[in-house]
Design a protein around this ligand. Structure first.
Ligand SMILES: CC(C)(COP(=O)(O)OP(=O)(O)OC[C@H]1O[C@@H](n2cnc3c(N)ncnc32)[C@H](O)[C@@H]1OP(=O)(O)O)[C@@H](O)C(=O)NCCC(=O)NCCS
Length: 314
């Protein structure tokens, strides 16, 4: 087995592995990965996707890639076909990760590396990260079946209105996200939340790019303080399969929490998806974010998987 630079290959070499990966994402997360797989193939053919491929007898049976975002490296994916020799696949995953981590940590100007590996069980590939000084955070992948209506939320303060997301909400949504995640564990996992420009980049990725499903504006809402005319909460939802919605963001200003705004936002999204015959709403949450985890259980979400987020600061 050899580990080679991914840029030596074309999308044809990776096709059957990506087909396996599409199956795995569908089985484990009810997620249609084909849009992401198309994007990966385009980047591979353009020879601009940094990463590594595991090769045996001329066949790629595992790969991992990463992207640079300024002084940060983000590990985008790790996938190894474990069909033939499952016991071997762990070794290959570790080797691929070791190459990726070494490359990122040695890249001039890179001071931070982030990874979230949704299809790997918590702990499954932690070793190469922990050996290289990464922090590990457990995250939950939770799902809410939409086959029955939610209990209606308690009425909100009449000063607060829930309305659809619009393109004009961009700037104020970025300020809201930055304020909502000040001193929050999720800002340790994703440093975009720490600044206004980072929150704008985050929004841009969610709303304009199909990496995390297709943004569903009709299922995304904001909470507005009518008198102050400012955003105090928001929920963003993307379509990750024809009948599955995924909450990519939900937050409320710290000073207005525990007034039912979070529940109202989640109920609005669930009701919109239910009316469109969606079957499931999913989300991810950091296990240490106990209030949010409580809230989701209270609404009927269940934990389907536990996975890891890793962060390194050089
Ligand atoms: C999670 C969040 C959106 C909830 O919004 P909210 O407006 O405070 O939620 P609600 O008022 O509708 O909460 C309803 C219930 O959820 C549970 N809950 C919410 N926050 C809680 C907390 N900090 N501790 C314990 N339970 C909590 C409670 O059951 C609560 O009922 P109560 O207020 O009567 O005790 C908000 O806390 C937030 O923005 N947090 C920071 C960003 C974040 O963590 N987002 C989620 C990322 S996955």
């Amino acid at each position: 087995m050899e580990i080679l630079d991914l840029r030596h290959f074309s999308s044809v070499d990776l096709r059957s592995l990506l087909d396996d990966e599409i199956r795995v994402w569908s089985q484990l997360l009810s997620w249609d990965y084909s849009g992401s797989a198309d994007m990966i193939q385009r980047y591979i053919d353009a020879k601009i996707l940094p990463g590594y491929a595991a090769i045996e007898r001329g066949r790629i049976f595992g790969y991992s890639f990463f992207v640079y975002e300024g002084s940060k490296g983000v590990i985008g994916d790790l996938f190894v076909d474990n069909g033939e020799k499952p016991s071997n696949s762990y070794q290959v995953e570790c080797q691929l990760l070791t190459h990726v981590i070494d490359t990122l940590q040695q890249s001039p100007g890179v001071h931070r590396v982030e990874a979230q590996l949704l299809v790997h069980e918590a702990g499954a590939v932690a070793r190469p990260f922990l050996e290289q000084g990464f922090q590990r955070h457990s995250r939950l992948f939770m799902v809410l079946p939409l086959n029955h209506a939610m209990k209606p939320p308690k009425p909100l303060d009449p000063e607060i209105e829930i309305r659809r997301w619009t393109e004009q909400d961009y700037q104020s949504a970025a300020s809201l996200i930055t304020a909502a995640y000040r001193n929050h564990v999720d800002a340790e996992i994703n440093d975009q939340y720490r600044t206004l420009s980072g929150s704008l980049r985050f929004l841009n990725n969610i709303v304009r790019f199909p990496g995390c499903g297709t943004f569903d504006a009709a299922a995304s809402f904001v909470a507005v303080h009518k008198r102050l005319r400012s955003l105090v909460g928001l929920i963003l939802c993307s379509r990750v399969r024809h009948d599955v919605g995924h909450v990519t963001q939900v937050c409320v200003l710290p000073e207005l929490r525990s007034h039912g705004i979070g529940v109202s936002l989640l109920s609005a999204t669930a009701a919109n998806l239910r009316a469109k015959n969606f079957s499931v709403l999913s989300l991810t949450v950091t296990q240490a974010n106990k209030g949010a985890v409580e809230l989701y259980y209270h609404l009927g979400f269940d934990t389907k998987r536990v996975f890891d987020a890793f962060v390194w600061e050089g």
